[in-house]
Design a protein around this ligand. Structure first.
Ligand code: HEM
Length: 209
């Protein structure tokens, strides 16, 4: 829906809550993981049991907002868009001049779709491998060492992904306003997500992915 002052609704309240809580749990996981993994940091921070428990519970909490969000229609709609990779997305990824707006982008660009899939997939792998590591009495040693290897490498990869995501977000104040307040300036939407802007303002009928 467009507003008179030239802003567009981009993210509903449930979507922003899911994003905020997932981000919070993820950052807590990453910071506590760094302390658990790095000896010097562990000595500096101390309280190893508390750090371990905080890591465990924020890890277990990670999927909760993502699953609870399914109750919201706007969240399901955004998840559906993120989950659909079109031929235009491939063209956008291959293009060296992808930012010039010649390939019109829908609500999310191909980089954002990849980020969403990699984040969701990594959360699943980290949860599974973390559970195998935690359930010491139920899993054989070979499984636990395999799970530790997977957990460590995925943690590093997801850490880099999150740092990249935050870095990009901090360079785009309008996108930050969007995830904070739910609204973005129309001129930003036309520049970054032209097909979606035309869909929301009613210039094209139907949904642009
Ligand atoms: C730490 C875990 C986080 C995860 C897994 C995550 C994941 C996502 C996903 C999947 C999206 C939708 C598509 C995309 O833009 O990539 C998104 C949007 C966004 N995120 Fe995050 N996020 C996290 C943390 C953060 C943080 C801490 C910030 C702020 C500094 C942030 C800023 C944004 C912004 C501004 C958008 C909206 C982009 C747009 O409107 O196009 N995210 N996030």
């Amino acid at each position: 829906m467009s507003a008179p002052e030239g802003d567009l609704d981009r993210f509903s309240l449930p979507v922003r809550w899911v994003h905020g809580l997932t981000g919070l749990f993820m950052i807590v996981c990453i910071l506590t993981a760094a302390v658990l993994y790095n000896g010097s940091l562990a000595v500096l921070v101390g309280h190893r049991y508390l750090v371990e428990q905080t890591h465990l519970w924020s890890g277990l909490a990670l999927p909760v907002p993502l699953l609870a969000g399914i109750a919201s229609r706007s969240y399901r709609d955004d998840a559906g868009r993120l989950n659909r990779f079109t031929s235009r997305d491939w063209a956008w990824l291959r293009s060296r001049t992808r930012r010039d707006g010649r390939i019109e982008v829908g609500k999310f660009n191909a980089g954002q779709k990849l980020n969403a899939s990699l984040s969701a997939g990594s959360i699943g792998v980290l949860l599974l491998s973390g559970s195998v590591m935690y359930l010491t009495r139920l899993t054989p040693l070979a499984w636990r060492s395999g799970a530790t290897f997977v957990h460590d490498w995925f943690a590093l990869a997801v850490g880099l992904l999150v740092v990249g995501h935050i870095g990009m977000a901090l360079r785009d104040p309008d996108a930050l306003t969007g995830i904070r307040t739910g609204r973005v300036p129309l001129r930003w939407a036309r520049r970054e997500h032209a097909a979606w802007a035309r869909e929301v303002t009613g210039e094209v009928s139907g949904e642009t992915r």
